[in-house]
Design a binder for this molecule. Sequence first.
Ligand SMILES: NC(=O)c1ccc[n+]([C@@H]2O[C@H](COP(=O)([O-])OP(=O)(O)OC[C@H]3O[C@@H](n4cnc5c(N)ncnc54)[C@H](O)[C@@H]3O)[C@@H](O)[C@H]2O)c1
Length: 259
Amino acid sequence: MPRFDNQTVLVTGGTGGQGTSHVRAFHAEGANVVIGGLDAERGAALADELGPRAHFVHLDVTEESSWAAAVPAAERAFGSLDVLVNNAGVQNPPAPIEHTDRATWSRILDVNLTGTFLGIRAAIPALRRAGGGSIVNIASIMAMGGTAHYAPYVAGKWAVRGLTRTAALELGRDRIRVNTIHPGVIATPFIHEPAAGATAAIADFYSPEPFAVPRLGEPTDVTRLLLFLTSSEASFITGSEYVVDGGLLLGPALPAEAA
Ligand SMILES: NC(=O)c1ccc[n+]([C@@H]2O[C@H](COP(=O)([O-])OP(=O)(O)OC[C@H]3O[C@@H](n4cnc5c(N)ncnc54)[C@H](O)[C@@H]3O)[C@@H](O)[C@H]2O)c1
């Protein structure tokens, strides 16, 4: 039997990049999928393509009113909400801290941190009504160290780790598990298109060649882990963090000629 039969999954930022990969995979495994996102055209097209077990909702994760509409819409469409994936995220235009303006700082934290907080808060009553469920917050390997010129992004993603652990403690007795995934460098518009206000894309200056698994990650690399973490197979896992980065955090592998 598919792992997510009779379950409803809401994915934020579901209209592109990793989010779309997650939506497609949950749907293929039997879930009802709620595609939360800003791009109504792409969201509606994806929902149409997937059919009656898919529904698009306009969801700006920074807007409380957006959440207040999206969660009931999921319950109305499919009867319950069982899984929330806080996937929406934005990167800052690279800049040292001394040249990072307050507006950029606030904008990035608003989406990556406050958006995740608002999502957890909005989903809790629905997950309780469903008898329990699972939340996964998508952070980043940048939440495992420092990265020059990415202070707003790094700080927000670090904070998501603390939020995840706290939520896991608060919600465990309600049978709601909360975990974090830290993707490495994944081939999506996120690395192929410059951040708002930037001119270069991450892919312009990043090469995976020195690392243990010398390739860019694919969205499906993250999706497979996400499906495991949100499934009943992971019922004893909460407050945990999983890195999916092809060994990037290990540092560069020695070239063969050095052996
Ligand atoms: N691609 C990578 O290398 C990488 C690495 C580590 C972490 N991440 C994280 O993975 C997640 C998915 O990123 P991706 O690689 O698919 O990038 P992406 O840029 O393709 O997708 C991000 C999605 O978030 C949506 N979004 C942005 N602001 C939003 C808002 N206010 N409300 C709702 N949706 C909003 C965008 O519309 C987009 O669909 C993000 O949280 C990102 O920080 C990505």
